[in-house]
Design a protein around this ligand. Structure first.
Ligand code: 6R9
Length: 663
């Protein structure tokens, strides 16, 4: 019998897994009473999170809920995130590694940055930013690959009280410009390029193109990643562009006093996709967010200072912010960041890193795990992974099969897996097992964390009974929650609260947060999050708005109308399908397909490129003229078609179906 047959027979039927004893015996949280204790003592229970931080000024109130849904946490308290993540660890840990940076290619590029070195570089860069004119509350945008200067730049901004707004480096020039304009951001930090599968990729050209579309002047800092290897695509710095290393050199040894920030002062903005075409500027604050990421890093990821923790996300997404940078560094541990691809130079790259660095926790996405499975168990088998103590997943639902593969082949059946449900908006984990306390059920994220009041409701907002399905809601606020959408309180209420709240009430009990996910719940309170119920697609764990993609598709010359849906995909979870009506005099279909792909790449980025473009003379529409995307999704997924009786043009559905099936 092969290894995989073995897994099949032994693990296939098992649907509950106890936390391994070797893990429990050392876990940060092991007391099952924590659930009841937090419920009884809410919201004061969250002092436990605040206690993980080193406040300058103690807070007066844990929660101010006098003006829902504009909740405030730890009011009156003050702190600085850069002090929390760097300075306060110096007495004990100045010579310990804060950041293990693994570069590509594997030349001498790898860098172990101690807390002492981190302190020095963060201070020098903070001084440089000030010199460039960055003041408190000025938004600094970053469009950076996974280089050490990225977390350093975040912390330097935090140090001087300048909120950062990170735009994923894979996003296009126009996506960058749109976000800089929306945030009135006058500063950009970028890099000349980065390595991917051995190639030195140009990045600066894209950032520059974005800056050209920004409505105001921009000062740009450029990190020289490629130049030292002679690969810099011939870039020479222009006016208003500053070399990162020169800035550090000019400020050598300078220290900058961390600015005392109010708990509710903005730490950062992050733009994310929603139902409409315009990205939403999610605002996170200093006290609540940092307390939340520190507490969940400790309770869920079991982070301890002596660990070497590795999260394979990109800092350009919320997972990287919360669980590569802020949470782990707030706890004074060693956090690992990797520049390259998981299959370069070979498909064992992550396992090699884990083996080399003796990684203790590994946190990745289901889409990656599905790839590992496809590549085969021989790759992890090449390495000693016994340093691992805990595994995590995030970003999309994970099916039992990849869960069990991960459990066996990466965790050696000795590591609990935390399947963490959360969002850009929640700041950190919300639904997951506490690994030292709760049994795991593959496919289900688990119960809500202690102190988190998650409920599954029906369309009227009534709680569904155990065993039921409906919409996920959060009935009480939590410290890590977004505070608003940047300069748009109205949209904040509309997007997240209006659905299930009495928006005229000032009683917090009448306010319910709606994350726009569908979910099921079992009789032990374990929640299975099924996926988005709004127009968001989840491609390889990356959250993309179908409306944004649609407007890119429609902008291609020759396109009359388009509808974009997410189609199920074995590897990526979902992929983008575009249904397109061409104008009468449009070019031929091959040319049009190329044009559409180019438009999406240019306006959003390669990750949003449609996997399939279907040309059709008509789109299914309701009598009021709304495109019925649900039907297109069913066609894409090869499902039985639902009700078409409300359509104005039911016959078109069969035609489209025939076209898709015929391909
Ligand atoms: C952290 C992050 C949020 C959306 C969320 C949901 C999906 C995330 C999940 C999950 C099932 C999990 N999602 N974790 N679905 N199980 N463990 O991914 O933030 O990019 O804002 O995406 O991702 O649909 O609403 P973000």
């Amino acid at each position: 019998m092969t290894d995989d047959d073995n897994l099949e027979t032994r693990l296939a039927e098992q649907d509950v897994f106890e936390p391994p004893e070797s893990f429990v015996s050392q876990a940060n949280v092991t007391d099952a009473g924590i659930y009841e204790e937090f419920e009884e003592n809410w919201p004061e229970c969250w002092e436990a999170a605040a206690d993980l931080l080193d406040w300058y000024e103690g807070y007066d109130e844990v929660l101010d809920d006098s003006n829902p849904p504009f909740y405030e946490w730890f009011t009156g308290g003050s702190l600085n995130a850069s002090h929390e993540c760097v300075d306060r660890h110096l007495p004990e840990r100045a010579d310990e590694v804060a950041i293990e940076w693994v570069g590509e290619p594997e030349d001498e590029a790898d860098r172990s940055i101690t807390y002492g070195e981190l302190h020095r570089e963060v201070n020098e860069f903070a001084a440089a930013l000030r010199e460039l004119g960055v003041g408190e509350d000025d938004v600094v945008t970053m469009h950076m690959p996974m280089v050490p200067a990225h977390p350093i730049a975040l912390l330097a901004c935090a140090r001087i009280g300048a909120p950062h707004s990170v735009v994923f480096a894979g996003f296009s020039a126009s996506a960058l410009a749109e976000r800089m304009n929306a945030a009135d951001s006058e500063y950009l930090i970028t890099a000349d390029g980065y390595y991917r599968r051995g190639d030195a990729l140009d990045h600066l050209s894209k950032s520059r193109e974005g800056v050209a579309d920004v409505e105001h002047d921009v000062e740009t800092v450029v990190v020289d990643r490629l130049g030292p290897n002679g690969d810099d695509h011939g870039h020479e710095l222009r006016e208003n562009e500053h070399d990162y290393d020169d800035l550090l050199a000019a400020n050598e040894g300078t220290t900058v006093e961390p600015v005392e920030r109010d708990a509710e002062d903005m730490l950062f903005l992050m733009y994310t996709s929603g139902t409409t075409g315009k990205p939403k500027g999610v605002k996170h604050t200093t006290g609540g967010y940092l307390a939340w990421t520190a507490w969940t890093s400790q309770a869920v990821l079991d982070v301890k200072p002596e660990d070497t923790y590795f999260c394979s996300a990109d800092i350009g997404w919320i997972t990287g912010h919360s669980y590569i940078v802020y949470g782990p560094l707030a706890l004074g541990t060693t956090t690992t960041m990797y520049e390259g691809a998981p299959d370069y130079p070979e498909e064992d790259r992550f396992w090699e890193i884990i083996d080399d660095l003796d990684v203790t926790q590994f946190y990745t996405a289901p889409t990656a795990i599905r790839s590992f499975m496809k590549w085969g168990a021989e790759y992890p088998a090449r390495h000693d992974l016994s340093s691992l103590r805990l595994l995590g997943t995030v970003g999309e639902p994970i099916n039992p099969k990849p869960w069990k593969w991960y459990y066996k082949h990466i965790g050696g059946e000795e590591c609990p897996i935390v399947d963490t449900w959360w969002q850009t908006e929640t700041g950190g984990h919300m639904i997951t097992t506490l690994p030292g306390v709760k049994d795991m059920k593959p496919g289900s994220a688990g119960p809500a964390l202690p102190g988190v009041d998650a409920q599954i409701v029906d369309g009227d907002g009534e709680e569904v009974p155990a065993g039921g399905a409906g919409y996920l809601t959060v009935q009480k606020p939590w410290p890590g929650m977004l505070r608003t959408l940047y300069k748009n309180d109205e949209r904040f209420i509309e997007e997240y609260w209006a659905e299930y709240s009495d928006t005229d009430s000032d009683d917090p009990a009448d306010w319910v947060y709606f994350p726009e996910d569908g979910a099921k719940i079992d009789d032990e309170g374990y929640i299975t999050v099924v996926g988005r119920v709004d127009d968001v697609v989840n491609v390889s764990g990356h959250r993309l708005g179908t409306m944004e993609i649609e407007s890119a598709v429609v902008s291609a010359e020759g396109v009359a109308e388009a509808a974009v849906v997410g189609a199920d995909d074995d590897l990526k979870g979902e992929v983008v399908h575009a249904y397109v009506i061409l104008e009468g005099d449009a070019a031929d279909e091959d040319t049009m397909r190329e044009r559409i792909e180019a438009a999406v790449e240019e306006q959003i980025g390669p990750i949003a490129r449609p996997a399939k473009v279907v040309f059709t003379p008509e789109l299914p529409k309701t009598r009021s003229g709304k495109i019925m995307r649900r039907l297109l999704e069913e066609i894409s997924d090869g499902e039985e078609l639902g009700n078409t009786s409300t359509l104005r043009n039911p016959e078109v559905v069969r035609d489209i179906e025939a076209e898709v099936r015929g391909e």
